[in-house]
Design a protein around this ligand. Structure first.
Ligand SMILES: Cc1ncc(COP(=O)(O)O)c(C=O)c1O
Length: 395
């Protein structure tokens, strides 16, 4: 039986390797459907998903409000571009800005996190007329030309012959370096309030406030990349709200559509005012199905009290999950880094044997939790119990 299962998995893997560009190391199971927080595999396993498809599945799977919104919208009007006004797009934009930091009054919809950052950076360069961007060490912003240029250590894979603008990196949490580096030549500083790919590293309050103060003082813009930390994952709609700062531009994607690809750039009136007809563009961004998904995700987070749930589950994880190989927990909400006493990859593999899916990160010791916002206390109990079966390295 086991060898038949393996061979079904291997056969599928072989087909993907043969027909795609095989750049992903893939997990050893084949999902066939999913419901709530569980993924059901082709061999009948039920895997508790605490990784959410890279932080996308905010509402878990088969959420009735999201699936019927997508279904109904696709039957009514599957697609029209920004060449026409759509009630559902206006509704999505109004809702999104109503839950965002107060000064962000305008939304521009795109298709992914990298595309949102690409536009945000371009907007900052155009709006300020300056040509240098600062980013934060260890940050990740995507793999396109501009987003990759502000990603820490991207030279390993960047591939473009040159960066499109000058970039420098402020060492994370180094307030003095931020003060020294942010000057009148800087167009923008881009940062993730909680660095996701870096293993859920939450920047210090003092550092984030310094970024805000110094950019304001020098006429530079502050861009918050909330592609991973946003849409409820921090326990607030956006992590900037937990830090009580107002960025000039904020980017969102991943959870924004709950699984339907969509992203958004949010901007203040002042920044948005620099862009007139034809200054930004996209074919698919703001399409009706994506917009219907955005509405369903925001309304579900609001109506189901999911921000409160995120904060309660975070607290429970902090109380119950510093066990077994876990030495400490960092991050915010359900963007958590469980810092382990061994390579996180080993802990992830051990948890998968207990049918629990977690993620790794660019920090080899940090196991990432990016659970759906709908996880329940029993799920955290399961995680804690499974971690307890793994003996600490020094036991
Ligand atoms: C903080 C952050 N920004 C941008 C991106 C890129 O998003 P996408 O993969 O949708 O282009 C990611 C993806 O992991 C991310 O975590």
């Amino acid at each position: 039986m086991a060898s038949e299962i393996m061979s079904a998995f291997d056969q599928l893997r072989d087909r993907e390797v043969a027909a795609t560009i095989p750049v992903y190391g893939q997990l050893p199971f084949v999902p066939v459907r999913a419901a709530g927080c569980d993924i059901v595999t082709d061999d009948g396993r039920w895997i508790l998903d605490l990784y959410g498809g890279h932080a996308v599945a905010a509402l878990g799977y088969s959420h009735p409000r999201l699936t019927s919104a997508i279904q109904n919208q696709s039957k009514e009007l599957l697609f029209q571009s920004n060449a026409v006004a759509l009630d559902i797009r206006a509704h999505a934009a109004e809702l999104l800005i109503s839950v965002a930091p107060e000064s962000l009054r305008r939304a521009f919809f795109v298709n992914s996190g990298a595309e949102a950052n690409e536009n945000a950076l371009r907007m900052a360069l155009v709006a300020t007329g300056r040509s240098k961007i600062l980013a934060i060490s260890h940050g990740f912003h995507g793999r396109t030309a501009a987003a990759g240029a502000v990603t820490w250590k991207s030279e390993k894979w960047y591939g473009f012959p040159a960066r499109p603008f000058d970039v420098d990196f402020i060492p994370r949490d180094d307030c003095q370096a931020a003060i020294d580096m942010i000057g009148d030549d800087i167009a923008a500083v881009i940062f993730e309030p909680v660095q996701g790919v870096a293993g859920a590293y939450d920047l210090s309050q003092e550092f984030v406030e310094t970024l805000r103060d110094e950019t304001s003082r020098h006429g530079a813009l502050l861009i918050a990349d909330e592609v991973q930390s946003g849409m409820g994952r921090s326990g607030q709609f956006f992590a900037c709200q937990a830090y009580a700062i107002e960025p000039d531009i904020l980017t969102s994607a991943k959870s924004l559509g709950g699984g339907i690809p969509t992203g958004a750039v949010l901007a203040s009136d002042e920044v948005a005012g620099c862009f007139g007809l034809g200054a930004l563009g996209t074919t698919f961004g703001g399409g009706p199905v994506a917009a219907a998904a955005v509405v369903a995700v925001i309304e579900s987070i609001r109506d189901e009290g999911l921000l409160k749930n995120v904060r309660e589950r975070e607290q429970q994880i902090r109380e119950q999950c510093v066990v077994g190989p876990v030495k400490k927990i960092r991050g915010m909400g359900l963007l958590l880094g469980l810092v382990c006493d061994r390579p996180a990859r080993e802990v992830r593999d051990a948890l998968l044997e207990h049918d629990i899916l977690t993620g790794t990160s660019s920090d080899p010791d940090a196991l990432r939790i990016l659970a759906p916002l709908v996880i329940e206390d029993q799920h955290v109990n399961r995680l804690s119990a499974a971690l307890s079966t793994i003996a600490p390295a020094d036991a």
